[in-house]
Design a protein around this ligand. Structure first.
Ligand code: HEM
Length: 449
C-alpha cells in the first residue's frame, strides 16, 4: 500500500529500471517498445523519468481518450516538442493554443477529404512509375523504394515546380537522418545534443540544407502567384478568416517542414510493412490478390476504386495497428483529473500507441496479424485503444491523405507485382520514433492472375 493519498502523483507507480541522472532514458532507448509495453500491468498511469523530468504514461484506453479528446484543451504538446521546435519550427504539429488553432484552420483546407481526390492522380502516377521501373527477377531494397515513393508523392502534391524537384532530392538525402536523430535528441538530456560530435554536426547541416531548398521554393511560389493545384500554393494563399492576413514566409516554411517530416516516413513505413505482412501470410495474400483482380481486372487503380478496395483497407488498418508511432506526448496546461489521479499544471504525459495496440485487453492475440479485425461490420476498437493517427483536435491532418495514398500505392504495385522476400533474410524491427524494418530486400515477381 502506498503512504500517499489517493489522487496524489506520488501514489503513481514508478516504472522499474531507473538509473541516476538519465532516469529511464536508457531503458527507453534500449528496450523501446519492450519498455513501454511492459507498463500497463503496473497501473493505469505509470511514472517514468526522462533524465531529470518525470512523465506519466497513460496506459488505459478510456483515459487516453480523455487526454486526446474529451479533456484535450487541458493539454499542450509536451517536452518532446519543446526539443523538436528549435529545428522543426513551430508548425501545427509543434504549436499550441490559439496559434495552433488558427494555423490548423489555414492548413486544413489543403487536406480536406474533398481535396484528396485531386491528389490521387499524383499518387497513382508516382506509384505506377515505380512499378514500371522494375523488371521481373530484380531484387529491390523495398523499404528504401517506399521511402522514395512516399517522398515523391508528398513532394509532388506540395510543390509542382522544377525547384520542387530540388526539395524532393534534398528530402531524400536528409530527412531520414533528421527524423531519427530528432527523436534521439528529444529523449536525451539537452547537453548531449550540443556536443561537437559528427552526428550532431551532420544533423545541423541536414537541417540547414533543407531550410535553404524549402525557402527557395517558397520565394519562387510568392513570385509566381497561385495558379497551381499544389499544397504550397494553397498555404501561400490561405487567409485567416478573422484577421484576413496570410502566413509569413517563416510560417509557411514551418508548415512545409512539418508536412515533410510528418507525411513521408510514416506512410513509407506503412507501405513497407504492408508488403512484408502480405508476403508472410499466404492466405491474406490470396484474399488481397483476389480483391485486386475482382475490382481492377488488370487495370491500374484510380480514386473511384478506393471504396471498393475494402480488404486492402482492412490490411492497411491492421498494418497501422501492428506498426504505429511509438510515443505521443502532452503537457497539462491546467490541473486535470484522470480518474483518481490529479495532474498539476506542467505535468508531462506520455501515450504509446504501440503499447495500446499490443494490449490484449483491446486486441486479443495482439501479435497475430489479422486484417479481419477491421473487416466491414466488425465491432470498432475500444475508444482510445486504436490511435494510429492520434485523435481529437490534434488528430493527424494527413489521415485521409495517408489512407488513400497507401491504399492506391499498394494496389498499383500489387496489381502488377508480387514481392517475394529474399530467402534466409530475417527482418527485424528497429525502433526510433516508429518501427523500421532492419532491411527489406524483396524480389520483384510478375503476378499470376
Ligand atoms: C500512415 C501515415 C501517417 C501516420 C501513421 C501519422 C500519424 C500521426 C499522428 C499519430 C499524429 C498525432 C500526433 C500527436 O497527437 O501528438 C499526426 C499528426 C500530424 N500529421 Fe500525420 N501521420 C501520417 C501521415 C501524414 C501525412 C501524409 C501528413 C501530411 C502530408 C501528415 C501530417 C501531420 C500533421 C501536420 C500533424 C499535426 C496535426 C496537429 O497537431 O494539428 N501525417 N500524424
Amino acid at each position: 500500500m502506498s503512504d500517499h493519498p489517493t489522487g496524489s502523483l506520488n501514489a503513481v507507480p514508478v516504472a522499474p529500471g531507473r538509473v541516476p541522472v538519465l532516469g529511464h532514458t536508457v531503458s527507453l532507448l534500449r528496450k523501446r517498445f519492450g519498455f513501454t509495453r511492459s507498463l500497463a500491468p503496473l497501473g493505469d498511469v505509470v511514472k517514468i523519468q526522462l533524465g531529470p523530468l518525470p512523465s506519466y504514461v497513460v496506459t488505459r484506453a478510456d483515459l487516453v481518450h480523455q487526454v486526446l479528446v474529451t479533456q484535450a484543451a487541458a493539454f499542450d504538446k509536451g517536452i518532446m516538442f519543446d526539443r523538436f521546435r528549435p529545428f522543426f519550427g513551430n508548425g501545427i504539429a509543434m504549436s499550441n493554443g490559439p496559434f495552433h488553432d488558427s494555423q490548423r484552420r489555414l492548413v486544413q483546407p489543403a487536406f480536406h477529404v474533398n481535396r484528396i481526390a485531386g491528389y490521387t492522380g499524383t499518387m497513382c502516377r508516382t506509384a505506377q512509375e515505380l512499378a514500371d521501373s522494375w523488371r521481373a527477377g530484380q531484387v529491390v531494397e523495398f523499404d528504401q523504394a517506399m521511402q522514395e515513393l512516399a517522398g515523391n508523392i508528398v513532394c509532388g502534391t506540395l510543390f509542382t515546380t522544377e525547384l520542387g524537384d530540388a526539395v524532393t532530392a534534398e528530402v531524400r538525402r536528409s530527412l531520414p537522418l533528421v527524423i531519427k536523430q530528432g527523436m534521439v535528441r528529444a529523449l536525451s538530456p539537452a547537453a548531449l545534443t550540443r556536443l561537437p560530435i559528427p552526428v550532431n554536426r551532420q544533423f545541423d547541416q541536414a537541417i540547414a540544407r533543407l531550410r535553404q531548398v524549402v525557402q527557395a521554393v517558397i520565394t519562387e511560389g510568392r513570385d509566381r502567384p497561385a495558379d497551381r493545384p499544389d499544397v504550397l500554393s494553397m498555404l501561400l494563399a490561405a487567409r485567416d478568416s478573422d484577421t484576413g492576413t496570410t502566413m509569413t514566409d517563416d510560417q509557411v516554411y514551418d508548415e512545409v517542414v512539418t508536412l515533410l517530416t510528418g507525411g513521408i516516413e510514416t506512410a513509407a513505413l506503412a507501405l513497407s510493412w504492408f508488403f512484408h505482412e502480405i508476403a508472410r501470410h499466404p492466405d491474406i495474400r490470396r484474399r488481397w490478390h483476389s480483391e485486386l483482380d475482382t475490382v481492377l481486372n488488370g487495370r491500374p487503380p484510380a480514386h473511384s476504386d478506393v471504396p471498393n478496395l475494402s480488404y486492402t483497407s482492412a490490411v492497411v488498418r491492421e498494418v497501422l495497428r501492428r506498426y504505429p508511432i511509438w510515443l505521443l506526448m502532452r503537457r497539462a496546461n491546467t490541473s486535470v483529473r484522470l480518474d483518481d489521479v490529479t495532474l498539476p499544471p506542467g505535468t508531462e504525459v506520455t501515450i504509446s500507441p504501440d503499447a495500446l495496440h499490443h494490449d490484449s485487453r483491446y486486441f486479443p492475440d495482439p501479435d497475430r496479424f489479422d486484417p479481419d479485425r477491421f473487416a466491414p461490420g466488425s465491432p470498432p476498437p475500444a475508444r482510445g485503444a486504436y490511435v494510429p493517427f492520434g485523435d481529437g483536435a490534434r488528430k493527424c491532418i494527413g489521415n485521409h491523405f495517408a489512407l488513400t495514398e497507401i491504399t492506391l500505392a499498394a494496389a498499383t504495385i500489387g496489381a502488377r507485382w508480387d514481392l517475394i522476400p529474399l530467402p534466409g533474410k530475417t527482418v527485424r524491427i528497429k525502433v526510433t520514433g516508429a518501427a523500421y524494418p532492419s532491411r527489406l530486400p524483396m524480389t520483384v515477381t510478375p503476378r499470376v492472375r
